[in-house]
Design a protein around this ligand. Sequence first.
Ligand code: GLC
Length: 655
Amino acid sequence: MRPFPLTRRSRLRDLYAHPVGRDVIDKLRLYFGAPEALVRVLGPLPLSWIEAAGRRFAGEGFLQMILDLVNSEPAVPGDPGPLMPAAGAISPTDEDVPWWVDAVFYQVYPRSFADADGNGIGDLRGIIEHLDHLEELGVDCLWLSPVFDSPNRDMGYDVRDYRDVMEEMGTLEDLDELIADCHARGMRIILDLVVNHTSTEHERFQRALADPEGPDADFYHFVRDRDRPGEDTSTPPNNWTSFFSGSAWMRLEEAEAWVLHLFDESQVDLNWDNPEVRAGVARLVGWWLDRGIDGFRMDVINYISKPEDLPHGHPYIGALMDFIGIEHFYYGPRLHEYLAELRRNGFTREDGTVAVMIGETPGIGIEAGRLLSGRGRGELDMIFNFDGLVAPGKVDWHRHRYPVGRLVDFWLEYHRRIDDSDRIALFFENHDNTRMISKIAGTGARDPELRRKLGILLGAVQLTMPGTPFLYQGQELAAINEPFASLEDLRDVESLNKVRALIEDGASEQEAFAEVLPASRDHARTPIRWTEDQEDDGWWLPGHERTPGFSAAAQAEDPESVLSWYRRLIALRRAHPVFARGDAERLYRGRDCVQYVRRGEGEAILVELNWGPRARWCPAVPGRADVLASVGAGEDPQRLEAYSVRITELAELTP
Ligand code: GLC
């Protein structure tokens, strides 16, 4: 009997064999820090038994919710093709390898990158003036966080006009010039497509407000009082909560309706079930491709499809994940369909080439990720998977130190689970996450020497793993978190909304500040310090690099700096295509250390890392030839000194 679709009588192992089921279980395992062996042991048990055992915690309806979610995905193991797209495996002999397979991406947060006109806000001319830095670093493609016209409640992730540049950052002509300059240097450039929602100041939403009965309201999720007969319309249509605190619904008194906003009140969700929304987004993408951009990073793109009846979220999932309702839209009913359509109608150019589609997909696990970005599925090219940024059983990172080994293990395991038809986006920082060196070392990160060592190790991990690296600005300078002094220093809407909610709940300002500070997104958004004597007052966000020797200029001069190391590593990647295209195998994992080998393109390269404060023994690996790069590793091939990296060419390899 086929185990799919799943029912209450199905066994845990059937659920685990299903891509979405596996992700759900892995997510729960990550949350509770439970080993995979537990799933194997419990595998033969019927799901109804497990439900009975867990009812005390999870309450009613939990299993049914999981079954509905899992059964909504038709691609199941055993069906020909769907998990393993036939077309397009990336092989070294393939002439058709897409450019982004070999590329190193670099995310610019324009607001905090470089301020050419001195108004305290980074701008496009600032980026143009600092392209040398990026070219010398060796990056292949820039990704700009939003530069579109915006009221900046969420710093550009609330777009008012998708076809214009925000005034404080420059003009469309500046952007054209930046695109042309990148191309002239052999670099590419992608922008940020924020189309799960628009700003409430977007013309379309303003028209919808003015005429809630007209067609514009159907571009958003308006739920009208009159469509809820017998219900208490003074409360929102469902219990979903916003990622930025409070209910996900805003009351529109005059319209006698509620409107959905998964993020801030000023960011209203688009109704993708309306074909005009989809056609509009496709036209928008085409418009930007015609201006010469090479693709988009797509903001929370997995949230675009919501179930028509907008059902309540399960309270247990809500409590675990901190947001109620997420199971209904993180992998919504028509997600695959909408992505494939957008690829065809928006991203495919007239000559048949396709601009790169990189999905920001919070909550998506490895298996569902393959169904979104496997080549041949015709949807996305790569996704950002966030699971590697937290340690198992330690979801709340600021109450523990993040272990470097987690990143290493996660990426190697991820690689093992996908095949050549898929590609990992390798990242550990962006504008929404605090600085990794600080996650690892806490305030210890302020020690310049430790900071430098960790910066070097992290660069080595990211740039020698299989996948496509995405650096975030400042990472190449070993940026760390900012010791903000008080609430007045913060600008991030997520933090500020949370502060408001905490204070409403009775917290003092001090307490609220202490609660949001460790994870505030502002840590990642302080301006780049280009020179040692840079004037740092007057930026839109207070706070900046203060340690002597850590500016870009000082690091460029210093051969031992993190910046110099990143330059070397990127050059090494370019010289040895095995890094971008080859396979990876873990040979040894000891305490605080690892050995893995990259093979392919006629080469084998051994990577050895020790991220701990003590020297470690490691097994002999035959066939060692040239050491391509080494920091602090010493001469003994069976010993790795504290905080060290060694990258060695292998002449021959006995597996
Ligand atoms: C994404 C962005 C984040 C933004 C949110 C809403 O997660 O990276 O900065 O606040 O979407 O657009």
